[in-house]
Write a protein that binds this ligand. Sequence first.
Ligand code: FES
Ligand code: FES
Length: 170
Amino acid sequence: MTDDPIRLTVNGTGHSIAAAADTPLLYILRNDLELNGPKYGCGLGECGACTVIVDGVAARSCVLPLSACAGRSITTLEGLGSRERPDPLQAAFVKHQAAQCGYCLNGMIMTAKALLLRNPHPSEQEIKQALRYNLCRCGTHVEILAAVMTAAGHHVARDHATGGAADATH
Ligand code: FES
Ligand code: FES
């Protein structure tokens, strides 16, 4: 059964969504709006793969009911940049080759983006703190940290990430 339509804005476009009020936002984004940046990982709010930005704050869309999104502005990975014009944070992930399977990257990027929105030049410790509850089962943390550090304005040598990856995976 569906409730009254709920209006929300996604990546700058207004939508009126007719679905049960307790439907997780993640389902609406992926199934109704065909935005597949946010991923389904645990479905329990614990891994971060489904992260989006809601009114400037990182939120786990798998546990965020549609009803809580009424009138709010949501940004997904698709809203950050394009292949031709990537967000500087996305470009930094490419520069540092910060991916193995890539499943966690949506959450890593969106969580880091929310951090950079409120603090454009976070320290290494602040970045680690912000990402501490985003899980990466491939062990790509060193490259991910290097990418976010670069986007935050720190100088990070490219071979720093490569060397770290070797350390982290053996
Ligand atoms: S899928 Fe949402 S936190 Fe894991
Ligand atoms: S790159 Fe595979 S889970 Fe992070």
